[in-house]
Design a protein around this ligand. Structure first.
Ligand code: PFF
Length: 455
């Protein structure tokens, strides 16, 4: 990143830096933990098909919209809506972003904490068992422990705090440049290994052969939530990153590359997990615990398993950090730029709120697993935060962003921004604008109403 420019905002130094950093935010537990478990619970191929269509129809246009808002205003989500929408009430969309970012940071840190526990277990050689049932028991005994998951959540949040407090960017840009390609290569190696497993055919057919009967409103809603979650979309994260882009950063190209790489990594994770799921004869539908029970079994079959599993969990912790750093910026920018707090106070506040809710989320698997609302229904904060932020808040934020950029911004301004004043001949310009004006707002609204059972 270069020195701050006239407007006092730093910019990414290189084009590779732009891609690596946006991909760094996008790639994380969403691809490797959430995508396989959501696909497993929602019919495999049916889910993947909906997911890809939603990335193309809503994901890329909304990503472009966030980039346009961020780069043209050099502001956070509140400032961007204010500068572009003058005295209107649009900046209130920023509150959706803040609530979503804090909810996600809370449960995400719990899962990142699980990853750290597994990193620790693999380094200490405690991650080698003979049967999937033993891995299941190991996960259950860890996640129901009263203090371990909480301890790791706190350690992860402390790491996040230390990095975010420094004012970010420089370190992340460098780290992402190196770590993302390594993660990609190691995933490719695991893919080859999984493709040689006896259940490879069944696993691939589960993931790539859509059973159209399984496409229900709730599957489409989950696919939409996964698409927004995975692209860090709808809460202003990508807007903030857009505010660090240079004037000549090609927005459409950057959005498309980010979306393609992110989806590719999620699909690679699926190609690693499902052949193993079918080889070991376990159910693909077990939810958030799936990956933590399957991956160690896969590693255990590789020569030099300790090295592979340690390297993998280490990279996953780093990928998680580059995601949590980006989501932390949403609320920190609000506290510092809107509420005039100092950066260190804002960072402490952000961490404290996430730690409070993170502890409750962590306990959802252990001592709070039987918690009910006056005996009427079970309260599971982890599942609620995961569902509500991804499937409701992010698409809602995305819908407002697309309406704002598609309808409220001057058409010529939008075209100029997307094409960098005509210097980028993006053939897809019309498609993006059409997507923002018509497809994304109506599509998201329709999926909501159907998926939540309102129509
Ligand atoms: N996209 C990240 C992942 O797939 O792990 C999660 C995420 C990061 C969501 C940043 C939202 C966000 F603002």
């Amino acid at each position: 990143m270069n020195e701050p420019d006239k407007q006092n905002r730093a910019q990414f130094a290189t084009r590779l830096g732009v891609i690596a950093t946006t991909v760094g935010s996008a790639v994380g537990l969403g691809n490797i933990w959430r995508f396989p478990y959501e696909a497993g619970q929602n019919g495999g191929g049916a889910f993947l098909l909906c997911y890809i269509l939603i990335i193309l129809a809503f994901g890329i246009p909304v990503l472009c919209a966030e980039f346009v808002m961020g780069r043209s205003t050099r502001s956070n989500i509140f400032g961007a809506f204010r500068k572009l929408g003058s005295k209107s009430k649009w900046h209130n969309v920023g509150y959706i972003g803040i609530i979503a970012s804090i909810m996600i940071l809370s449960f995400y840190s719990v899962v990142a904490g699980w990853t750290m526990e597994y990193l620790y277990q693999s380094i200490s050689g405690a991650l080698s068992h003979d049967t999937p049932a033993q891995y299941h028991e190991q996960f259950v005994s860890f996640s129901t422990s009263n203090w371990r998951p909480i301890m790791w959540t706190a350690i992860f949040l402390a790491l996040n705090y230390l990095i975010v407090r420094q004012g970010v960017k420089k370190g992340i840009e460098k780290m992402s440049n190196i770590m993302m390609p390594i993660l990609f290569i190691i995933l490719l190696i695991f893919c080859v290994n999984s493709l040689m497993m006896p259940g490879a055919k069944a696993g691939l057919s589960f993931l790539f052969n859509p059973d159209f009967d399984k496409i229900t409103p709730s599957v489409i809603l989950s696919a939409m939530g996964q698409a927004f979650f995975s692209l860090s979309l709808g809460l202003g994260t990508m807007m903030t990153y857009g505010s660090y882009f240079q004037k000549d950063t090609p927005l459409v190209k950057s959005a498309t590359t980010t979306a393609l790489l992110d989806s590719l990594i999620a699909i690679l994770a699926g190609v690693i997990i499902f052949p193993a799921v079918f080889s070991f004869g376990v159910s693909p539908e077990q939810g958030p615990t799936l990956v933590f029970e399957i991956l160690p079994s896969i590693f255990n079959h590789l020569p030099g398993s300790i090295i592979w599993s340690s390297l993998f969990f280490l990279l996953l912790v780093i990928a998680s950090l580059s995601s949590t750093i980006s989501m932390s910026e949403v609320s920190i920018a609000y506290f510092t730029e809107e509420k005039k707090m100092s950066r260190s106070r804002a960072t402490i506040l952000n961490t404290a709120i996430a730690l409070f809710f993170g502890i409750i989320c962590a306990m959802s698997f252990g001592c709070l697993s039987d918690l009910t609302f006056f005996g009427l229904f079970r309260i599971d904060l982890f599942t609620f935060f995961d569902f509500f932020s991804s499937n409701v808040l992010l698409p809602l934020g995305g819908m407002f962003i697309s309406i704002f950029v598609g309808w409220k911004l001057d058409k010529k301004f939008l075209r100029d921004e997307l094409s960098n004043h005509g210097t980028q001949h993006a053939r897809s310009l019309h498609l993006i604008i059409f997507g923002l004006r018509y497809i994304a707002p109506t599509g998201i609204a329709l999926i909501f109403l159907m998926g939540l059972g309102i129509i």
